[in-house]
Design a protein around this ligand. Sequence first.
Ligand code: KIV
Length: 269
Amino acid sequence: MSTPDFDRLPVTVPRFMAAKGEGRKLSMLTAYDWLWAGVFDAAGVDAILVGDTLGMVVQGHSTTLPVTLDEMIYHAEMVVRGTKRALVVVDLPFMSFQVSPEQALASAGRILKETGAAAVKLEGGANQARTIHALAAADIPVMAHVGLKPQSIRRIGSMKIQRDEDRLLDDARAAQDAGAFAVVLELIPRGMACRITAELEIPTIGIGAGPDCDGQVLVGPDMLGLNEGFHPKFLKRFAELREQALAATRRYIEEVRTGQFPDDAHSHE
Ligand code: KIV
């Protein structure tokens, strides 16, 4: 479904939530800077997540664990500057909220005050219900994240599909009851995502969770084919930008070496 108003007006948290009742599928992508936020926003994406995947796709780490709150704030500020319409949501990185609800309030408060973003996301469901409640009570919109939680990598060992349906449902329900405005479902079987989506009043945003979620999120550089060697089943590459960038760079090098560039058309008299 598409109405001129929804496509034109800035996406606020209430409008994001209302999309579920209106049967409107929500699109979300991750971005980490002004340049790509501007591209995704101009294309009309509903939400931009400044994900802590920053650690992997921008910083080159093998997990998201090293990312700091200051780094998230630095990148989120750029994303907000590049965004006119999309709802900007910022991840709370590892150990910026797990210590206590007070720590989460301080971290999320900095994000909203220093970046201009509208909301935060944190990994957790039932185990973070007190923290989600504290954030919501302080008028800080919070998106929960259940299923595969990459910040738990040291405990779980690998990024595997999460199949414990009772636990997934409990986590999603607990997040909703604590005041989350939406929940990410990562890497779970599509049937489970379908049941959770039907059960919840808040939107579910899937990644590797099948077509029945209320919306979808992908990591921007993965969706664009910029990330070499990452081919999980759930990932559709909508472009092959790495190949294009390689070809363009090789052509540039060749033209510099042969003297074809700069030619008359690219030189000043
Ligand atoms: O950090 C991130 O990019 C995420 C998405 C994969 C949902 O949490």
